[in-house]
Ligand binder design. Structure first.
Ligand code: ADP
Length: 378
């Protein structure tokens, strides 16, 4: 790693800022932005680098904190396999013991060679015998995956980038300008309003937009370039069933149940991109208002027969949208199946989009992808 001086950190407007130029600016310190900054310090340590975010590191509202944090390379092919391996090496390097192997029970519909009988396998796990209806999902395959906390990873990546010489600015909203970036440093009034305290224009050779769902809009409003990308609002309902360090993950189709904070969390990728201007609205279950958005409910209800655990009180449905954690995802091409992407939108401007994170998504491929991008910039 770089042995040069640590970068500077600006966390609030009381710390004066007077830089005029950077070689590279990374907008957004989610998992992809922080990972990209860390990779750039290693691949092109000679270039000055600023990593910035509208919130903290990572921002509590971004997609990063809601990610499942599951590295699972099953079913990947071609270049994706290579990216997954590179990501795994990076995850191991940054997380060490905080990268935890767990068993994943995949209740595929198909009977494959490695499949076992669901009923028997579930018996081997405490209290899980009646989670799955073995008549509807008779076969299961087990595999080892790696789990981590995306927020912890992002913090380590960001701190690593600073230790290796990147500058970091938090609480700053960036805008793209031709040839540079405009920085609006934010502060909070005593009435809890977020206001722009000061604005700086800086010139930048290369900008990497890693602003999650806000990325395509930044490019459109700043540079007038239209992109085909979309976004979608996902939620992470909780399943109040106890979990511990050896609890397995369960997958049935595109639904993933992951042990988290002593319970389970439930991940469903979006079905499609949300239309422009869409505001998430919560749904109704037998006439009662619940906090899960309607589309997610429609996706969950038909699964309750095969997964009876979902039809119990353990499923936290809340009363309003705010009761269930949620976040906006940037979807490459508006396609929820799409792998994370890094693309050059115009000379000097790159866009990183994570997509939905489970199965072949940013959790598995992201750190390999940002490493590749850093090498392309070299
Ligand atoms: P990813 O998985 O792509 O890293 P996240 O949604 O977790 O996605 O991260 C995107 C980050 O970008 C968030 O932390 C968000 O605060 C930040 N962000 C979004 N728009 C801006 C902006 N205009 N200026 C600065 N930061 C931004």
């Amino acid at each position: 790693m770089n042995s040069g001086p640590r970068g500077q950190v600006w966390a609030h407007v009381g710390q004066p800022f007077d830089r005029r130029a950077y070689d590279v600016v990374v907008i957004g310190a989610g998992m992809l932005g922080a990972g990209c900054a860390a990779a750039l310090r290693e691949v092109v340590p000679g270039r000055s680098l600023l990593l910035l975010d509208e919130g903290g590191l990572p921002n509590e509202e971004g997609a990063t904190l809601l990610g499942a944090g599951v590295w699972d390379a099953a079913g990947l092919e071609g270049h994706a396999t290579e990216l997954a391996e590179r990501s795994r090496a990076e995850l191991q390097r940054w997380l060490g013991d905080a990268l935890t192997p767990r068993t994943l029970l995949d209740f595929g519909a198909e009977r494959t060679e490695a499949a076992e009988a669901s009923a028997e396998v579930l018996q081997a796990f405490d209290d899980m015998a009646d989670w799955v209806d073995p008549e509807q999902l008779p076969h299961v395959t087990r595999r080892e995956v790696l789990t981590y906390r995306p927020g912890e990873l992002t913090l380590r990546l960001g701190q690593g980038a600073v230790a290796a010489g990147a500058d970091l600015m938090l609480n700053v909203r960036a805008e793209l300008t031709p040839g540079g970036v405009r920085l609006h440093r934010l502060s909070v009034t005593n009435r809890h309003e977020i206001v722009v305290h000061e604005t700086h224009d800086i010139t930048v050779d290369q900008v990497i937009v890693a602003a999650g769902a806000a990325g395509p809009e930044l490019i459109e409003s700043g540079l007038g370039l239209h992109t085909p990308h979309g976004r979608a609002y996902v939620q992470r309902p909780r399943l109040r069933q106890p979990s511990g360090p050896t609890s397995p993950l369960l997958r049935a189709g595109n639904l993933l149940l992951r042990p988290l904070n002593g319970e389970y969390a439930l991940y469903l990728p979006p079905r499609s991109g949300d239309p422009h201007g869409y505001r998430p609205t919560s749904g109704r279950l037998t006439g009662v208002q619940v906090g899960l958005r309607r589309e997610l409910l429609c996706d969950l209800l038909p699964r309750m027969d095969a997964l009876p655990v979902l039809a119990t009180e353990a499923l936290g449905v809340g009363r309003s949208l705010a009761d269930i954690e949620g976040a906006w995802l940037g979807l490459p091409g508006g396609d929820p199946q799409h792998a994370p992407t890094a693309e050059q939108v115009t000379p000097g401007v790159w866009l990183l989009l994570g997509g939905s994170r489970t199965r072949g998504g940013a959790d598995t491929l992201g750190l390999g992808l940002v490493r590749e991008l850093a090498e392309q910039l070299a």
